[in-house]
Design a protein around this ligand. Structure first.
Ligand code: FAD
Length: 285
């Protein structure tokens, strides 16, 4: 399907879709699978949907599963406030309002790849890794899964199973407290990998300070990077200007949320430094 046909098919009014499965990934993160064939058909890894919990709020969420054959999508949600708590309290058979998919996802580039996921950042990377596997267009994938402590590692078991079946996939868990895998931060695990082997492309999703550290490493080693950023998203269609990035005025919801190294150099005024809240006030990281 070409880009013009895809944009004709985007669902702009929230459509109530049925939840088919809820999996509690850890004490605060749940994956919610939904039957949404119209979205699954056109969505790409790294794009996001707006998830509406009637009577509560609407929130942007990346897609952790895009199953075009079964017409299933999944979101993986960390409970941080009212909307995310309400979404995580849903059960199979309940409904959520979904619109999208929105934004620009990952460009599938590189043969020797590293995926770096901090916390729920593993969500869009899971869909990306599945796509690389399906198309079989990679030599190796190193997956760094980072969290504060072992209970918070997202998709570790699933990724380890993938690595058992595929000798070109390597998993590196990484915890701040050393309870599982390497003791330290995600960028330190990345530094070890790029010092030991050739890497073409790094994909990273997680807290922005982690992304900034990852960017410093890829810049120093001349490696291309794609990251998924978050800003306060309201309309998701590029109209309200809430999610613009300084100093270029880049609109995250339509031009991102995935940005490459070139773009990160252009937005260095705000990248890793500050975001904005719902009223536009600057919040430093
Ligand atoms: C493109 C994109 C993809 C995202 N993907 C995921 C994901 O896969 N899984 C996940 O758990 N979270 C994801 N988020 C973050 C998620 O949207 C927020 O955690 C959620 O909106 C918080 O809502 P709340 O009512 O629970 O919390 P609140 O108490 O309202 O806020 C908690 C925090 O979330 C931020 N936030 C609140 N509303 C929004 C909003 N509309 N847009 C962005 N940030 C907001 C606040 O600034 C605050 O820092 C994504 C955000 C963006 C922009």
């Amino acid at each position: 399907m070409n880009e013009a046909n895809k944009s004709d098919n985007i669902v702009h009014a929230p459509k109530m879709v049925k939840i088919t499965k809820v999996i509690q990934e850890n004490p605060t993160v749940s994956s919610i699978e939904m039957k949404a064939p119209n979205i699954a058909r056109i969505a790409e890894p790294g794009q996001f949907v707006m998830v509406w919990c009637p009577g509560v709020d609407e929130a942007p969420m990346g897609l952790s599963i895009i199953d075009k054959e079964k017409g299933i999508i999944a979101i993986t949600v960390e409970q941080v406030g009212e909307a995310t708590r309400a979404v995580c309290s849903k059960k199979a058979g309940d409904f959520l309002g979904i619109r999208g998919p929105y934004g620009k996802g990952f460009a599938l580039k590189g043969k020797k790849i590293v995926a770096v996921g901090g916390g729920y950042g593993m969500a869009p990377l899971r869909a990306l890794i599945q796509k690389f596997l399906k198309l079989n267009i990679f030599d190796t994938i190193d997956v760094i899964i980072a969290a504060k402590t072992k209970e918070q590692l997202v998709f570790l078991k699933e990724m380890e199973k993938l690595a058992e079946k595929n000798s070109r996939i390597f998993i590196q868990p990484c915890t701040d407290d050393g309870t599982r895998g390497m003791k330290g931060l995600a960028h330190q695990a990345l530094l070890k990998i790029v010092s030991e082997k050739k890497v073409d492309e790094v994909y990273a999703v997680g807290p922005e300070l982690m992304l900034k550290k990852v960017f410093e490493i890829t810049e120093k080693h001349g490696i291309e990077l794609q990251v998924s950023l978050t800003r306060y998203v309201k309309c998701a269609i590029g109209l309200c200007g809430q999610c613009v990035l300084d100093p270029t005025g880049t609109i995250l919801c339509t031009e991102g949320p995935v940005f490459n190294s070139n773009k990160l150099r252009e937005i260095k005024k705000c990248f890793g430094k500050y975001t904005r809240d719902a009223s536009g006030q600057k919040i430093t990281f």
